[in-house]
Design a protein around this ligand. Structure first.
Ligand SMILES: Nc1ncnc2c1ncn2[C@@H]1O[C@H](COP(=O)(O)OP(=O)(O)O)[C@@H](O)[C@H]1O
Ligand SMILES: Cc1ncc(Cc2csc(CCOP(=O)(O)OP(=O)(O)O)c2C)c(N)n1
Length: 568
């Protein structure tokens, strides 16, 4: 458009798109509505991908996984107030998991919000977001769009990655300014993820701890997967000969069947190791906070490699903090690793012995035929199919479905397993699957507890609408954890954990044109999954699982509060 002096003008709508394009951000996961519908239309018209969802939480989860996979912030776009709030759960989850994403929400006019005069979808979104994300900004003037997006991008990916909220009041999009001036205000962020080189003395201190260790262990966290320092990490492990444990989303950094993997002897090595090097892993609840019986009775020396300095000493004293980006830290360690003696033959033999015993026990359990099919029988099939298809993305959530799948299904390549992560959140399934499939273009299998699937099941329509190569496997045991609880009053209401018996989730996807399978045996599951992956089309496999097979809260049963008062 032009003004009355015939000067070429541009507007906020176009500048937002220009800022995204200038920073190679080409995909928006969102849900349209006032005031962003035209912005989403323009994004698509200008060549960006716009993936429209049915609930903003799942759009945000897709953006978060896109960020984790690419090291560029995933972009989620929502309407104001309720749409923003729906996205906030995903923004908080991304921040807790250290995934880089930007939640962009339209918002109401400041003048009305600040006087609480009751605007349409009125909410002070900027302040509502701040406690749950890494950074939050609002852009009020069109000439600030370039710098506003630069700030948001850098905040999302520099240092410890996380979620950023970017508030765009509706009137900003309608503002105009001369196009040639506007062009100068948009720029590509320079070096948004600067390398953070560790101090030489910190490297030396870490190597000294390794030199003094008799039973060393390396623990790889999802930060190590995110860092994309795959070769350096593999070299560190193979050159040092030190056994390693991958946390769930670090599985596949080295193939899970690697000889130095100690996963099958996890409890043993956590208790017996005398020096533990954490690589992009936090000593949080997933690692029993680094203390208690999980970690055995003898004192341990911890080395912690992390980009976030104040993560050190969060739970227990760290003997050798090594602060910097994982690629730089591991590269520096590699320069001195030849001076570190190989772990003792006794230590390696003890681990191997434990691994062999536990692997044999698991093999026995997995070989057992069970009718109806149980978690182990179904997961043996998933394990075998993933082994034949190592490029497949695997999304996983549930309680038993999550815990058993993490232990049984080996991963062979980095950044292929996406699960409930640090927060243990249910509902990430379809969002993560869509994010992974759109970002990679590769077949994606979501292994879902039936309760977990229910949080995002409506996104099956989104999966079908974009014809994504996603196969959802629902482990249907008729309820949360299992399907056998009863209402003690004998009343009409079913127990709190029970669902419709023999629900047919396979028929849900047929409503949207996808392929539904109903399987009751491992052989049927294997045939359906193999066919669905090969077809590369939206599919859902309803796998009937023995409703008595589950354990309340899976591996986390002990986290349920129990009353001191005697049961009446
Ligand atoms: N590029 C990076 N370099 C160093 N540390 C990183 C990098 N990216 C993420 N991190 C760190 O990795 C850690 C990830 O820990 P966490 O999410 O607890 O992993 P896990 O749950 O797999 O153990 C966080 O403390 C984060 O600061
Ligand atoms: C947002 C949110 N709301 C509730 C919960 C609490 C929960 C943890 S695990 C789970 C589902 C377990 O049942 P499912 O059938 O999926 O799995 P399985 O045991 O294999 O049968 C719930 C509801 C969490 N973690 N997050």
């Amino acid at each position: 458009t032009t003004d009355n002096q015939n000067t070429q003008l541009t507007d906020g709508f176009h500048l937002v798109i220009d800022a995204l394009k200038a920073n190679d951000l080409d995909t928006i996961f969102g849900l349209v509505g006032i005031p962003i519908t035209d912005l989403c239309r323009l994004a698509q018209a200008e060549g960006l991908r716009f993936i429209g969802f049915r609930h903003e939480q799942h759009a945000g989860n897709a953006a978060a996984i896109a960020g984790y996979m690419t090291q560029k912030p995933g972009i989620c776009m929502t309407v104001s107030a309720p749409g923003f709030l729906n996205g906030l759960t995903a923004l908080a989850n991304a921040t807790v998991n250290c995934f880089p994403m930007i939640l962009i929400s339209g918002s109401s006019e400041r003048e009305i919000v600040d006087l609480q005069q009751g605007d349409y979808e009125e909410m002070d979104q900027l302040n509502a977001a701040k406690p749950y994300c890494k950074a939050a900004y609002r852009i009020n003037h069109i000439e600030d769009i370039g710098i506003g997006f630069a700030r948001a991008i850098r905040a999302a990916v520099s240092g410890r990655p996380g979620g950023v909220y970017l508030d765009l009041p509706a009137q900003l999009l309608a503002q105009t300014m001369p196009a040639d001036e506007a062009k100068k205000s948009i720029f590509k962020v320079i070096d948004p993820v600067p390398r953070q080189i560790p101090a030489a003395d910190a490297v030396a201190r870490a190597l000294d701890v390794l030199k003094g260790a008799k039973r060393p262990l390396i623990l790889l966290g999802k930060g190590a997967a995110y860092a994309q320092a795959d070769k350096e990490i593999r070299d560190l492990i193979e050159k040092s000969g030190i056994p390693y444990l991958p946390m769930s989303m670090a599985k596949g950094l080295l193939p899970d069947n690697h000889p130095q993997s100690a996963s099958a002897a996890r409890s043993f090595v956590l208790a017996e190791a005398d020096a533990v090097m954490l690589v992009g892993a936090r000593l949080n609840w997933l690692l029993a906070h680094g203390k208690g019986k999980t970690w055995g009775k003898d004192p341990k020396k911890f080395i912690q490699i992390d980009i976030q300095a104040n993560e050190v000493d969060s739970n227990v004293q760290i003997a050798a903090p090594l602060i910097g980006d994982i690629g730089s830290c591991v590269s520096e360690l590699l320069k001195g690793i030849s001076a570190v003696p190989k772990p003792s033959a006794e230590w390696i033999a003890a681990i191997t012995d434990k691994k062999d015993k536990n692997t044999a026990k698991m093999a026995e359990t997995l070989a057992k035929e069970a009718n109806p099919m149980n978690f182990h029988g179904a997961l043996r099939v998933i394990r075998d199919v993933i082994k034949k298809n190592p490029d497949v993305n695997l999304v996983n959530e549930g309680a038993n479905t999550l815990d058993y799948c993490r232990a049984i299904v080996d991963m062979y390549k980095p950044r292929k397993r996406f699960d409930s992560g640090t927060w243990g959140i249910m509902g990430i399934g379809m969002g993560y699957a869509i994010g992974a499939a759109v970002t990679s273009g590769l077949p994606t299998v979501a292994v879902e507890g039936d309760s977990a699937f229910g949080f995002s099941g409506m996104e099956l329509e989104t999966v079908c609408r974009y014809n994504l190569p996603i196969t959802t496997v629902v482990f249907n045991n008729n309820g949360v954890y299992r399907g056998t609880d009863v209402n003690p009053t004998g009343g009409a209401d079913v127990a709190p954990t029970v669902f419709v018996k023999d629900a047919r989730y396979d028929k849900m996807i047929e409503a949207f044109g996808g392929v539904g399978y109903y399987v009751t045996t491992p052989a049927e599951l294997e045939a359906a999954l193999t066919e669905a992956i090969a077809a590369g089309k939206p599919a859902l496999i309803n796998a009937v699982i023995d409703e008595t097979a589950g354990t309340e809260s899976g591996r986390l049963t002990n986290l349920n509060p129990s009353t001191a008062a005697a049961k009446k």
